[in-house]
Write a protein that binds this ligand. Structure first.
Ligand code: NDP
Length: 484
């Protein structure tokens, strides 16, 4: 291992408030995506580790739930403060784990996780039930935790995903066992240490490592009450099916092929900037990316010309260099997958405007024009920096075409005609939409998908619904009337 790039944690797992190792688990080699060099050596969770994590979570949960919400919130807020104080160190760790430019990980990843912890820390004490008048009697409701929640993360925003799931779950009095993607195991381990340092009781937040089989073992365990997954649609189907067997609650944050619709009257610079953000940030590895860019025919030439001009200025390079704006893809396998889509798009007749195959783990920002709805590039999620530009003529046409997909995660509209903007987003089948903006996901706003892109919402007050359940309490204040 290159000495200054080593990021070896104390142990592979974090269970019951302590690092936990079991070297009999299958080895997991963690690589720095930029070079492929090993940065840590971990082991997958054995059945004993999984059992220890679930036992710890079960034991810790009732006491955690019994705390006053303001006391739970204080611990979450303290964790957020630690994250902000160590911003630089955590950004570097995230860059080593994911290969994303440190420019991005300083601004987006852990800071957005801290936002989430702050938000739910403040929200926890405001969650109350209702009182329901019933004549002489009355009823009231209590919003109670679900119990033990399993979080399973993807590799593109590993620390943000861990925080987005942990913050509402823990704020509501649940305990969590989190399994990061095998490709990016380091951030969640660090989050577990930070929680402990912030005063969280041992066992409330546990981390176990492993590939899909470890996730599958967690999802089917009878001690688990809820599963929250961020991943692809095929994995989502498997996890949802397995969770249904035990009647477990689920949140599914899955993939997309989201439309970004640019009308002739859009502000060109804004539309081009948003399309670039929504296709090239994090080297395109973002679930909500607007990968089908529908451009109205009158603006097409100007749009493509300005897009090519601006894309040529993107600086690719070593992700640890603060000047770098564009990094490698997560893995060799992902690189192969993205290149296959590029080769396929050319073979199917799309016109390459710029970009292409690249070298090693780098695939450059790439755009295709004259993409049609039936081409593979317009139908499948690539999860790489490949933009498909499609032409359209009318509003009704573009709405129908935008909706003709199994996915429904996100959508965007650029136009100066605000009546049209609202009319169009109202008809788009997507859980998260933007008007004259793209891919902004502030914690105050619900985030999630419809159709095959998922169920449930993360962030905002809406997330509370998915990490708690309502108990009704009927209060008899009058004599019991019985026919017997
Ligand atoms: P995967 O679906 O391959 O994996 C997601 C997680 O599920 C990983 O931790 C994986 O483990 C685990 N897993 C795999 N199989 C099972 C199983 N049978 N039971 C339980 N867990 C399992 O997604 P990627 O990691 O490749 O991430 C990319 C995908 O995530 C894209 O499709 C993207 O759109 C989506 N995504 C969605 C987001 C959203 O919020 N909607 C945000 C970010 C990404 P391992 O990988 O270690 O095998």
């Amino acid at each position: 291992m290159t000495q200054d790039l080593i990021a070896q944690p104390q142990a592979s797992h974090f269970v019951a408030g302590r690092p936990l190792e079991d070297t009999s688990g299958t080895p997991l080699r963690v690589e720095y995506p930029h070079t492929g060099a090993p940065i840590a050596q971990l082991h997958e969770a054995t059945p004993q580790v999984i059992d220890a994590a679930l036992t710890a979570a079960r034991e810790a949960q009732p006491e955690w739930a019994a705390l006053r919400p303001v006391d739970r919130g204080r611990i979450l807020a303290h964790a957020a403060r630690i994250i902000r104080d160590r911003g630089e160190e955590l950004a570097r760790l995230e860059t080593l784990d994911t290969g994303k430019p440190i420019q991005e990980t300083r601004e987006a990843d852990w800071p957005s996780g801290a936002d989430s912890l702050e938000y739910f820390a403040g929200l926890a004490p405001t969650v109350t039930g209702e009182t329901i008048p019933l004549g002489a009697d009355m009823a009231y409701t209590r919003r109670e935790p679900l119990g033990v929640c399993v979080g399973i993360g993807a590799w593109n925003y590993p620390s943000q995903i861990a925080c987005w799931k942990a913050a509402p779950a823990l704020a509501m009095g649940n305990a969590m066992v989190f399994k990061p993607s095998e490709l990016t195991p380091l951030g969640a381990l660090r989050l577990a240490e930070i929680f402990l340092e912030a005063g969280m009781p041992p066992g409330v937040f546990n981390v176990v490592q492993g590939r899909g089989a470890v996730g599958a073992a967690l999802v089917t365990d009878p001690r688990v009450d809820k599963v929250s997954l961020t991943g692809s649609v095929p994995t989502g189907r498997r996890v949802y099916t397995a969770a249904a067997e035990g009647m477990r609650h689920v949140t599914m944050e899955l993939g997309g092929k989201s439309p970004l619709i640019v009308f002739d009257d859009a502000t060109l610079e804004d539309a081009v900037g948003a399309a670039m953000l929504g296709n090239f940030y994090s080297s395109g590895q973002i679930c909500s990316n607007g990968t089908r860019v529908f451009v109205q025919r009158g603006l097409k030439d100007a749009f493509l010309a300005r897009l090519a001009e601006r894309a040529a200025t993107i600086r690719a390079g070593d992700p640890l260099d603060p000047e770098t704006q564009f990094g490698p893809l997560i893995s060799a396998a992902q690189t192969d997958k993205v290149r296959a889509y590029i080769a396929g798009a050319s073979a199917e007749g799309a016109r390459l405007v710029f970009g292409g195959m690249g070298e090693g783990r780098f695939v450059p920002p790439t755009a295709f024009a004259e993409v049609t709805d039936t081409m593979t590039l317009a139908r499948e999620e690539v999860f790489g920096p490949v933009m498909a530009v499609l032409d359209f003529d009318t509003e009704d046409e573009v709405i129908a075409r935008a909706n003709a997909t199994q996915f429904g995660l996100a959508a965007g509209v650029f136009t100066r005609d605000l009546a049209r903007a609202h009319r169009v987003v109202a008809q788009l089948q997507a859980g998260t939409t933007w008007i004259n903006a793209y891919n902004l996901t502030p914690v105050e706003m619900p985030f999630g998908g419809v159709k095959a892109s998922g169920l449930g919402r993360e962030n905002s007050r809406a997330a509370i619904e998915f990490y708690s359940q309502v108990k009704s309490v009927y209060l008899g204040l009058s004599p019991v009337e019985s026919p017997y």
